[in-house]
Design a protein around this ligand. Structure first.
Ligand code: PLP
Length: 406
């Protein structure tokens, strides 16, 4: 592909109109939308309205008048089709970490079993929350098995199989249908972290037999920094699961102010406290954009951007080793390479206006967000990467300095 070919591909791109729906700074090629999605153009005005009109003028009346109270269910219903779930199977609440805690504890109590099965190298919060749940519940332990040994590791003690659908580092995607079926056959529940999948790849949780899922609002959903997260519980399971955080918002009648807890209906029981309305407003705008999109077109463009990126790096910077799967259906929507000086190279790229990220110890990671990234962006970014590698500018000592978030 030449630069002209890249431009022609962008001109023919059915998603090209979405780029102007985002605020992107001049002089930057943003390849980190898998970590923090870009700002939708409508979001600033929506948040300003929520602050000035709903909070400023409506005051406490807005819990009803602006349906603040209904935001967790309303935005959950908006996200549901992106997950392949029914509207009453998804709710927005808390962080992904907190939701993992709720669903892991609920799964252990519901099954009466003692093991959380996961894989080594899963996203740290998934592992750490599992370890915290195990420390809290007598007799419970965490077991980690490599991806190809997971099915065999499921046994009569397994309460829940906890996996990230798309791996945060490599981008490798698990076979959700096969592993959910294996968990079910062993009498265990499956809990999928879809943080790197939702809005990135087509999902069908119900068809694929997933029991439980959690995910972030601030990545491909473009909900803003620290956006609220979501949970999914297969409808038939909802009455059988109890949240360990029995806050008043998950109560059957929160405004009856009763002394004793009674779990709310359906997904409501997975709420804990008062929803963060400003974050909810920003998330709603991000999700609305995704709802306009054909996910098959997103997947096709993601695959094309990946192939272009991989081919250009193979030609211009062969010392970077591709660590993402080459088959499109075996991965998410980012591309990752390994290099012993990944940190310095990423810093050099950022200094040249190409924002990707570094994942310790040696991975360079680039998010491919088809809504606001084109073939020409990939062409230019890889051009700059090639120059940095050929010229050795990454060796500048200032690029070795580690920031708090790298
Ligand atoms: C797979 C996965 N799960 C969870 C998180 C973060 O969870 P939280 O929003 O609770 O910080 C991330 C963040 O990158 C992630 O990649």
């Amino acid at each position: 592909m030449t630069l002209d070919d890249a431009r022609a591909a962008d001109a023919a791109d059915p998603l090209r109109g979405f780029r102007e729906r985002f605020v992107l700074p001049d002089g930057v090629i943003y390849l980190d939308g898998n970590s923090l999605g870009a700002l939708p153009a409508v979001t600033a005005a929506r948040v300003a309205r929520t602050v000035a009109d709903e909070w400023g003028r409506g005051l406490i009346r807005s819990w009803n008048d602006a349906d603040w109270l209904g935001a967790p269910q309303r935005i959950g219903a908006l996200i549901a089709p992106l997950l392949g779930a029914a509207e009453d199977e998804v709710i927005v609440a808390d962080s992904t970490s907190a939701n993992l805690f709720k669903l892991l504890a609920a799964a252990i109590r519901a099954t009466g079993r003692s093991t959380i099965l996961t894989e080594p190298g899963n996203f740290p919060t998934d592992l750490h929350v599992a370890q915290g749940v195990a420390a809290l519940l007598p007799g419970v332990s965490v077991r980690a098995a490599p991806a190809d040994e997971l099915a065999a590791a499921l046994d009569g003690d397994t309460a829940v199989l906890l996996l990230s659908h798309v791996h945060y580092r490599s981008g490798a995607r698990h076979d959700m249908a096969a592993l959910s079926a294996a968990a079910r056959a062993a009498g265990a529940l499956s809990l999928w972290d879809v943080s790197h999948s939702v809005g990135a790849v087509p999902l069908d949780l119900v068809r694929d037999g997933a029991d439980l899922a959690v995910g972030c609002g601030y990545k491909f959903l473009n909900g803003g920094p620290g956006a609220p997260a979501f949970l999914f519980v297969r409808r038939a399971l909802q009455p059988t699961l109890a949240s360990p955080i029995t806050g008043w918002m998950g109560h059957k009648r929160p405004f009856a102010f009763e002394d004793d807890y009674a779990a709310g209906e359906g997904m409501t029981r997975f709420l804990a406290g008062t929803p963060p309305i400003l974050g909810m407003a920003a998330l709603e705008e991000g999700v609305r954009i995704l709802r306009e999109v054909d996910m098959a077109a997103v997947a096709a463009k993601s695959a094309a951007l990946f192939d272009l990126f991989a081919a250009r790096v193979a030609a211009l910077a062969p010392e970077l080793r591709l660590v993402s799967p080459t088959q499109a259906r075996a991965r998410g929507s980012h591309i990752a390479f390994a290099h012993p000086h990944a940190h310095e190279i990423v810093q050099a790229l950022i200094a040249d206006g190409v924002i990707g990220d570094f994942r310790a110890p040696d991975v360079l990671r680039f998010g491919l967000t088809p809504l606001y990234l084109g073939h020409e962006d990939v062409w230019r970014a890889t051009d700059i990467l090639g120059r940095i590698m050929a010229g050795g500018s990454w060796r500048d000592p200032r690029f070795a300095v580690r920031a708090r978030v790298t």
